[in-house]
Design a protein around this ligand. Structure first.
Ligand code: 4NP
Length: 152
């Protein structure tokens, strides 16, 4: 069976498309990787130029991705839901119907800092270097996620 992983942030234009591109590059086509935002402002839009450039610097192409809004249906669709920060966590958990849904949701940096509940900082209002930092955090977390998935 195909394993499906969803990356979630607020706008679905900065952090989660980058996380999607990074994890996609570490897994075979037996895995589906997608991303969504808890906010709807950027639905249908490509990722932020600064995320696209950061991805490109590491040989990842995320230009084809388009923003979409997280919905309750995603709990049925996906096996794992990784959120970027504690606010995303609250917003996603608020839409869970049951404990099975809730159990699918995890802060992505808990992969590398277990139980510390560290946020991936929102780089939207900052500069290019913020996106670079986010890339490295996500790359480490996605290495850990990929290793776990491949062991299952
Ligand atoms: P993201 O960043 O959640 O990493 O995609 C943001 C993008 C846009 C906005 C906020 C955060 N915004 O307010 O439009």
């Amino acid at each position: 069976m195909t394993t499906k992983i969803l990356m979630v942030c607020l706008g679905n234009i900065c952090r989660s498309p980058l996380a999607e591109g990074i994890l996609r590059s570490k897994l075979s086509n037996d895995y589906i990787v997608d991303s969504a935002g808890t906010g709807s402002w950027h639905v249908g839009q490509p990722p932020d130029k600064r995320s696209v450039l950061t991805a490109k610097n590491y040989n990842l192409d995320i230009t084809h991705l388009r923003g979409r809004h997280f919905s309750k249906k995603d709990f049925q669709e996906f096996d794992y839901i990784y959120v970027m920060d504690n606010q995303n966590y609250k917003d996603v958990i608020a839409q869970a119907q049951n404990n099975t849904d809730k159990a699918k949701v995890q802060l992505i940096l808990d992969e590398i800092f277990p139980g510390e509940r560290v946020d991936v900082p929102d780089p939207y209002y900052g500069q290019q270097d913020g996106f670079e930092k986010v890339y490295h955090m996500l790359d480490k977390a996605c290495d850990s996620i990929a290793q776990k998935l491949l062991k299952k």
